[in-house]
Design a protein around this ligand. Structure first.
Ligand SMILES: C[S@@+](CC[C@H](N)C(=O)[O-])C[C@H]1O[C@@H](n2cnc3c(N)ncnc32)[C@H](O)[C@@H]1O
Length: 218
């Protein structure tokens, strides 16, 4: 297992944490957790506030391809692929790479990029409908924290099972009590979150041997 910042090329996101905290209540959280239209393309208080393809994942795709030495003909799975932006960009950056995605959001899959139609599966990260080691690499970005801890462990086991451990997972975390407080004001959908050490314990419990990094809001 190695800590590696494969999302380092993404532009910095500006967040109005105070507004999010003021707007947040049980109803908003419940709606966000449906991962439906309101989460993706509704007002910002429910999630993304409009999530459209703008090519920002291409540089990330390049870094992932270089890190794992991905080549045409290899198979990659993005667990929690949303609308399939990274799946599309992996194939643009490495023509011939066989990239696929899986997500629980029917809305996201029904509003995916044309280039990935037929490549995205509806399902849950803790029950991947694929044979053991059927992918050369598995990715999961900002998704596993949407489970309570026992199911997060199961999702990590699944990522390990389908990839043989050639994988990258990024999850919500924080390094200081101040960052934890900011995160708790901002968070809508995460069910489990922890300091890196807590996540590393969870990874070890699951038998995960792939790489990882943290999404930290500051
Ligand atoms: C913060 S978004 C990240 C999307 C994308 N990976 C990205 O980084 O832009 C969280 C994603 O997790 C998906 N998700 C939530 N629960 C899930 C589950 N049980 N199985 C698979 N995907 C899930 C959501 O639908 C959403 O696409």
């Amino acid at each position: 297992m190695a800590e590696v910042d494969l999302l380092r090329s993404l532009p910095h996101t500006t967040r109005d944490v105070q507004k999010r905290a003021a707007d947040k209540d049980e109803t908003v959280v419940a709606i966000a957790k449906q991962f439906g239209e309101m989460y993706w393309d509704g007002p910002r208080q429910y999630g993304y506030g409009g999530y459209r393809y703008d090519g920002r994942w291409r540089a990330v795709a390049r870094d992932i391809i270089a890190h794992f030495g991905l080549c045409p003909g290899m198979r990659v799975l993005d667990v929690g692929c949303g609308k399939g932006f990274l799946v599309k960009d992996l194939m643009l950056e490495c023509p011939g790479l066989e990239a696929f995605g899986l997500d629980i959001s029917l809305y996201a899959l029904m509003h995916c990029e044309k280039a990935v139609v037929g490549r995205l599966h509806l399902g849950s990260a803790d029950k991947l409908p694929f044979p053991d080691r059927s992918f050369d690499c598995a990715l999961s970005i900002n998704t596993v924290h949407n489970f309570p801890r026992p199911r997060a462990i199961q999702a990590m086991r699944e990522i390990q099972r389908v990839s043989g451990g050639r994988a990258f997972v990024q999850v919500d975390s924080y390094l200081t009590p101040e960052q934890k407080e900011i995160f708790e004001s901002w968070v809508l959908t995460a069910e489990f979150h922890d300091y890196p050490e807590g996540w590393l314990n969870l990874f070890r419990e699951s038998g995960y041997t792939g790489d990882y990094y943290w999404t930290i809001i500051d």
